[in-house]
Design a protein around this ligand. Structure first.
Ligand SMILES: *Cc1c(COP(=O)(O)O)cnc(C)c1O
Length: 358
């Protein structure tokens, strides 16, 4: 018998979250972002579940685009990080992958090839990670036209630095820089919106939005949970209680003896740890749940197990399933306790944890 540590994936919830994204996309088409193994949910099953709803998929790299083809799906796949070698562009042309080019090196490769894919250009409007500066864009467009390689150009992409912060003025600034930079090319499509932009009143969405985290039920907004935004949890991370004991007042639990019982405490050990991707930074008082009852972690998370306080769940017994996050405990709550974001928790679940699909 394998241990019953598992990530249950609710593909109907995923599809409902996609519909929520569509209803918030203001008429833009919605490409489903399924990079990083579908944010840890499994790229094949996730893309298959969204295939009838999403007109395009988006991933970071070529390997992920291949995984979508290996799942038997034929929709276009946008490569948000472009390509890393000339031969990759050939593969894009053959397989319907749409690279987002962000560098002169990538354009030079494109110009050397006969078969050219449909592609996008990334505009750097202030994130300062990737893309052409608005001042470079006219030159880039002129070069593409002169060399006759502009036929495949579909449109422009930019990415927001602070869309998760409702107070920040930066998203509006980036939007207007983007509009100005691309206004000379009206025949081409535009894409700006990550998940957070779907929750910003008045945000222009242009032609294509690119939600990721919201599809999986995680919150893209600082200080707000996915549930508060009307999103449904997709992943339920569960592990069995493998031992219970009474820790006498004054004794400690786990490595570093970092948690001390201030009274006799019934506690349990759960078969999941940072070797499964559960965050080691989640300390005492991080919530979990058993039989629908909220409980809390105590002491340090180990590689293969963690400890919970069963004071609130007196009937809990060995073999019962503990929810680390899911419908009772939101992943955003756990992320906040671990000093991170739901993105990192979901993508961090390791291959030791089987994914089970509903
Ligand atoms: C990951 C990514 C997205 C999706 O971001 P979320 O915050 O998960 O919605 C959109 N666009 C680009 C360029 C990305 O890299």
């Amino acid at each position: 018998m394998p241990r019953s540590t598992v990530a249950r994936i609710d593909l109907d919830a995923l599809r409902r979250n996609f519909q929520t994204a569509r209803s918030r996309a203001g008429g833009a088409q919605v490409m489903a972002v399924v990079k990083a193994d579908g944010y840890g949910h499994g790229i094949g099953p996730v893309a298959s579940a969204l295939d009838s709803l999403a007109p395009k998929f988006a991933v970071a790299c070529l390997e992920e685009a291949r995984a979508i083809r290996e799942a038997g799906l034929v929709k276009p796949v946008v490569l948000l990080q472009g390509v890393h070698a000339k031969a990759d562009i050939d593969e894009c042309a053959r397989h319907g992958f749409e690279p987002v080019f962000h560098s002169f090196q990538q354009l030079a490769w494109l110009e050397q090839l006969e078969a050219r894919p449909v592609f996008w250009l990334k505009v750097n409007t202030g994130m300062n990670r990737l893309g052409f500066h608005p001042d470079e864009l006219n030159g880039v467009m002129g070069r593409l036209q002169t060399l006759g390689v502009d036929q495949g150009l579909l449109g422009f992409v930019t990415h927001f630095a602070c869309a998760d912060d409702p107070e920040s003025a930066m998203t509006a600034q980036q939007t207007s820089v983007f509009e100005r930079a691309t206004s000379a090319f009206p025949g081409l499509v535009k894409s700006v919106a990550n998940s957070a932009a779907h929750f910003r009143p008045g945000q222009p969405m242009f032609d294509w939005s690119r939600p990721g985290i919201m599809l999986y039920g995680g919150s893209p907004m600082v200080g707000t949970t996915g549930r508060e935004l009307g999103l449904e949890p997709v992943m339920s991370l569960e592990a069995p209680l493998i031992s219970t004991r009474l820790v006498p007042a004054g004794e400690s639990v786990g490595y570093g003896a970092s948690w001390l019982a201030d009274r006799d405490t019934r506690m349990g050990m759960v078969a999941i740890g940072y070797g499964d991707g559960y965050p080691r930074h989640a300390g005492t008082n991080t919530p979990a749940a058993i039989n629908g009852q909220r409980i809390r972690l105590i002491g340090r998370v180990s590689m293969d197990m963690l400890a919970v306080d069963l004071t609130n769940a007196p009937d809990a017994k060995e073999g019962d399933s503990v929810e680390l996050w899911g419908r009772t405990v939101g992943v955003d709550e756990v992320a906040a306790c671990a000093g991170t974001i739901s993105y990192e928790l979901m993508t961090g679940i390791t291959g030791r944890v089987p994914r089970q699909y509903r």
